[in-house]
Design a protein around this ligand. Structure first.
Ligand SMILES: Cc1cc2nc3c(=O)[nH]c(=O)nc-3n(C[C@H](O)[C@H](O)[C@H](O)COP(=O)(O)O)c2cc1C
Length: 203
């Protein structure tokens, strides 16, 4: 299935950004992936730790009884997450592991909001390894919260030479890498959707 577009349905994709750093590179990577997903016919909503301006976790939504006490942005983001088919994380690598902005963001939402969805990993680095060490840890986290992480990890080494500031690709590997991930997301998401529609999900 490498590179072959097999998705028939438009998916509701939630994109989690993994950096809240000043002048983050994450912005250009997310613009590129957003454009590629949209071009493939999918509907994308971005959940951005910078825009949400989250504190270090004080409490996960799953332990808050009265959601009227929570910021509206958080409740809305959770609603979008619940209604989505697919989750894509856009992640750098900090100290060879998952950036705190991303795990902090993920931990704010209830685990039940993620369960039985498909997830994809886009990782990047200005160096030669493309954030792959964080991606390996992300795969465990994405599995732990109940998502199916598709096999292809779209790693972007030398990211500042691969994408310009507007997210325009600067080499021929970018579109093929994105296409492979999007194809797998489509295939797995459609399979899971069909099963959920037929049998629901176990509690
Ligand atoms: C705390 C910290 C730790 C980092 N550790 C790594 C690392 O382990 N491997 C790596 O390739 N880059 C590392 N970097 C460099 C980042 O890959 C680079 O700053 C990148 O632009 C981060 O993405 P962002 O700009 O979207 O936050 C680190 C950066 C920071 C701030």
């Amino acid at each position: 299935m490498a590179g072959k577009e097999v998705a028939k349905q438009s998916l509701k994709v939630v994109m989690f950004l993994g950096s809240a750093r000043e002048n983050r590179v994450c912005t250009r990577v997310s613009k590129f992936v957003h454009e590629q997903l949209t071009r493939s016919g999918h509907d994308v909503t971005v959940i951005d730790p910078l825009e949400m301006d989250l504190p270090v976790l004080r409490q996960s939504m799953m332990f808050v009884k009265d959601w009227t006490t929570l910021p509206e942005t958080m409740v809305k983001a959770n609603e979008t997450l619940v209604n989505s088919d697919t989750i894509v994380v856009i992640s750098p690598e900090y100290n060879h592991s998952i950036p705190p902005a991303l795990s902090n963001l993920i931990d704010h939402f209830p685990i039940s909001s993620y369960k039985y969805k498909v997830s994809g990993i886009v990782c990047y680095s200005p160096g030669p390894y493309g954030g792959m060490r964080a991606a390996m840890q992300l795969r465990c986290l994405l599995s732990e919260i109940g998502t199916i992480s598709v096999p292809h990890i779209f790693g972007i080494p030398h990211v500042t030479k691969a994408l310009d500031e507007d997210g325009k690709p600067l080499n021929e590997h970018m579109e093929s890498g994105a296409r492979k991930l999007i194809t797998q997301l489509g295939w797995y998401s459609e399979a899971l959707k069909a099963k959920k529609e037929k049998d629901g999900v176990p509690s």
